[in-house]
Design a protein around this ligand. Structure first.
Ligand code: ADP
Length: 491
């Protein structure tokens, strides 16, 4: 990865510097040529302009007995060489015949094959000054028609542009040097840059590899706020999420294992009892006294009921788990349901010498819920209070409304639940005292089912903290019922 990223960086830098230099070079060289051309024409125009009327007059005015006007003009031009910028090396002046364009005299001898007729000379031959030159041409020139005496002449200034070209060549080599230097610097810089980019990426890769190996403890340090920093943050978030998901999965797997073990255990005990009592009965047919036979059969019946009870609870839970359990929603008075529960358990409570107190407010609304299931929850928590309170206890059933929810609380002064077990009593098969629960016919599934039912109703079931001994458990139910449309409405 390091190599390819570095290579890409070097390539980008090289391309950047080269294109920059090419553009700058072309621009500079073009402007140098442009500058020289402008300078040439402004100098020539100035020489022949208003400021130099003497010069033009000297050129136009012929002497009294002048024989060689062209030579005289040549002399005038020689004196004005400085003004014209004529150096006789790169720039020369020529005096041409105004009618034919033929060389008459000049600061340089006649070029071989005569002075070439340029567009400017052609214009001057027509009587108009020629003052233009293309940037691409290898020369620049100006041709000014001058009439001396009565004869037409052309003053022709020709510059071979060598000065500009020399400067351009100089500049070109400078640009090349700068480019080479720039390239060297950029390649060195790219090492540094690639290091700052590649190192965090390398750290990220190492971290990902560790997570891939299953080590989630490794948290990557976010060292920058750029894209790599953001990537690192996203990766950390993803790793955290993955960790919790895996932990949840492991927990679910463990719960499933525990559940299967619990089910087997719960069913094995009654089954073993049934088997041993049935064997004793079958071995002792005709020998066992009838009261004993009756007792044994009673045990067998009890244990089968217990098994049926467990299986019934398991089926209910499995229907909840698979989402196949639909609520049969109806509207019913909540207070009535609480009162029905109270009436139903009263006898059982009295058998245990408990005092049961019912505290209902004046009015409670109708609720939209599955009445049978809600009654099941109420019965479960009140029966638990009766079961887990030593005889002669006090149980208070209260209900009320809080905002858009109704509630019922069952408070007892029984054995309560040790602090460490409070969180777990809604787990399947969880019982604080297994023997006691089993003895009283408990399966350890009642509260899990109750909580599932309350969740389905978008209500809640939870323990309320209290200082006195015993337990307070509270159920809450939204008056309007669950929002889920899946519920099977039967009003
Ligand atoms: P069980 O069928 O064993 O009663 P539950 O799911 O109804 O199962 O209750 C789970 C456990 O919670 C019980 O075994 C018991 O240990 C504890 N528990 C429930 N209600 C009370 C209560 N009112 N007082 C003390 N312990 C309770």
């Amino acid at each position: 990865m390091r190599r390819s990223l570095h290579l890409k960086l070097v390539l980008i830098m090289v391309l950047l510097i080269t294109s920059l230099m090419v553009v700058v070079g072309a621009f500079l060289m073009n402007s140098v040529t442009g500058y020289y051309i402008n300078d040439f024409y402004s100098q020539t125009a100035a020489a022949f302009g208003q400021d130099n009327v003497d010069f033009v007059r000297d050129l136009q005015t012929a002497g009294e007995d002048e024989t060689d006007s062209a030579a005289m003009m040549g002399e005038v031009l020689s004196t004005y060489e400085g003004v014209l910028g004529v150096d006789r090396r790169h720039r020369n002046f020529y005096v041409l015949d105004g009618a034919t364009g033929r060389y008459l005299t000049g600061s340089a001898p006649e070029p071989e094959g005569g002075v070439a007729v340029t567009p400017n000379i052609a214009a001057a031959l027509q009587g108009t000054p020629g003052f233009s030159s293309s940037v691409t041409a290898g020369y620049m020139d100006a041709a000014i028609p001058i009439t001396r005496g009565s004869h037409p002449y052309i003053v022709y200034i020709l510059d071979n542009r060598e000065t500009a070209q020399a400067l351009n060549a100089e500049m070109f080599s400078l640009i090349i040097e700068a480019m080479v230097l720039g390239l060297i610097i950029s390649i060195l810089l790219s090492f540094l840059l690639s290091k700052t980019m590649v190192n965090p990426l390398q750290r990220l890769t190492d971290g990902i590899e560790e997570v891939a190996r299953g080590d989630f403890s490794h948290k990557l340090e976010v060292t920058s706020g750029d894209e790599i920093g953001q990537l690192t943050e996203s990766f950390n978030a993803m790793a955290r999420r993955l960790e919790t998901t895996i932990a949840d999965l492991e927990k679910a797997q463990q719960m499933r294992k525990d559940f299967v073990a619990n089910v087997s255990h719960e069913l094995r005990t009654p089954l073993t009892n049934i088997k041993s009592y049935a064997e004793t009965l079958s071995d002792g047919i005709g020998e066992l006294p009838p009261p004993m036979q009756k007792r044994f059969l009673g045990v067998i019946l009890n244990e089968s009921d217990r098994m049926a009870h467990i299986l019934q609870d398991l089926l209910t839970l499995s229907r909840f788990d698979s989402g196949r359990s639909e609520l049969r929603l109806t509207r019913f008075p909540f207070a009535q349901a609480v009162d029905d529960t109270y009436q139903a358990v009263l006898m059982d409570a009295q058998n245990h010498a408990h005092t049961v107190e019912l505290r209902l407010p004046g009015s409670l609304p109708q609720v939209r819920a599955d009445r049978e299931r809600i009654m099941q929850v109420m019965m479960n928590i009140v029966s638990n209070a009766i079961k887990y309170t030593p005889d002669g206890g006090r149980i208070v059933l209260s209900a009320g409304i809080d905002g858009d929810k109704v509630w019922m609380e069952v408070d007892d002064n029984g054995i309560g639940i040790p602090e460490g077990d409070r969180d777990r009593i809604f787990e399947r098969f969880y019982r604080v005292d297994k023997a006691r629960s089993r003895q009283s016919g408990g399966t350890g599934l009642g509260l899990s089912i109750a909580q599932e039912i309350m969740n389905q109703h978008e209500g809640a079931l939870y323990l309320v903290d209290k200082a006195e001994p015993g337990l307070t458990i509270r159920m809450e139910l939204p008056v309007a019922g669950p929002r889920e449309e899946a519920a099977d409405e039967r009003e």
